[in-house]
Ligand binder design. Structure first.
Ligand SMILES: [Zn+2]
Length: 301
């Protein structure tokens, strides 16, 4: 074949990785380096890119599967669903958006809450779901978080919260902002009772969620290189017109400056939580192995 013929063939069948079509559910592509993975292998590697180490968001149910002891997770408050208090409509109506997100992700809100065991330690667990409206906090997220802390306080059990969020949910206006005060008050009551709250921050945990329950843990863990803060770096840079330090608002920077306690690799998170809960739960030996027994067992004690 002539050189001109070869060039024509290349032009007709472009094979640049960026332009390939990726069939849904079979393959996935790293957001950072563009490497293509078989979805099954990608999930087995906990949604971390094997090439560049980038941490992709982990669906809430997969995260629960990864953290809770097999067969121990019991979902709570799953029936709560968003109302539309403001009759909000932007490009599409809030109610339509909720319906679309629910159908697409098979989850009806931006957090899953429940009770489980981690390394044999009964605990209340909340995991935020980024695929649902950027895991923004509306009235349902606020209510689920509040109930989780209230029930954990009643049962004198620890709470583990895995956060990821873009902040308050604008579709619910002021009602969304109120959730910051409501959840913080619930954490305060829980904390005053001397119970253990471990907060796990994943990429990104920002704005109203970081400014409320996510930053109130007794122990605050972050995943590597997670963006954590209130307002994003671009907005700060443009508002204050200053050059921000390198790595500003990333886990490593925050650890160095004392805002978080530890950075834990995703693969080591379960064993780390189990160990920390073990230390924490030793203060309440009567609570051990009572998660499945429910409230009645604890009321007797
Ligand atoms: Zn990668």
């Amino acid at each position: 074949m002539t050189a001109a013929g070869r060039n024509k063939r290349i032009k007709d069948f472009p094979l640049k990785p960026k332009q390939r079509q990726i069939p849904d559910g079979i393959f996935n592509k790293c957001r950072k380096c563009g490497t293509i993975f078989v979805q099954k292998n990608f999930e087995e590697n906990l949604f971390i890119c094997k090439e560049c180490g980038f941490y992709h968001p982990m669906p809430a149910r997969k995260r629960i599967e990864n953290l809770a002891d097999p067969g121990t997770f019991e979902e709570l408050y799953g029936e709560l669903a968003s109302a539309d208090p403001l009759g909000f409509k932007a490009i599409e109506a809030y109610t339509d958006r909720i319906a679309r997100e629910t159908a697409k992700n098979d989850i009806n809100e931006a957090i899953i809450t429940g009770r489980c065991e981690i390394g044999g330690n009964p605990t209340y667990l909340g995991v935020m779901e980024q695929r649902f409206l950027m895991a923004s906090m509306g009235s349902v997220v606020g209510e689920k978080v509040t109930r989780l802390f209230e029930d954990a306080l009643r049962d004198r059990l620890p709470v583990v919260m895995v956060s990821a969020s873009g902040g308050a949910r604008m579709h619910e206006g002021l009602i969304s902002l109120m959730q910051m005060a409501k959840t913080s008050a619930a954490v305060a009551r829980f904390s005053q009772a001397g119970l253990l709250y471990i907060s796990v921050l994943t990429n990104p945990t920002m704005a109203g969620v970081m400014a409320s329950y996510a930053s109130l843990g007794d122990i605050i863990i972050a995943e590597p290189r997670a963006l954590i803060g209130f307002t994003g770096p671009r907005v700060i840079r443009e508002t204050l017109r200053i050059e921000l330090p390198k790595g500003f608002q990333e886990s490593e920077f925050l650890l160095e400056h004392g805002q978080i306690d530890m950075i834990v690799e995703r693969k080591a998170l379960r064993s780390t939580l189990a160990r920390l809960l073990d230390y924490g739960c030793n203060a309440y030996p009567s609570n051990r192995h009572s998660a499945k027994g429910g409230t009645s067992a604890r009321k007797e004690g």
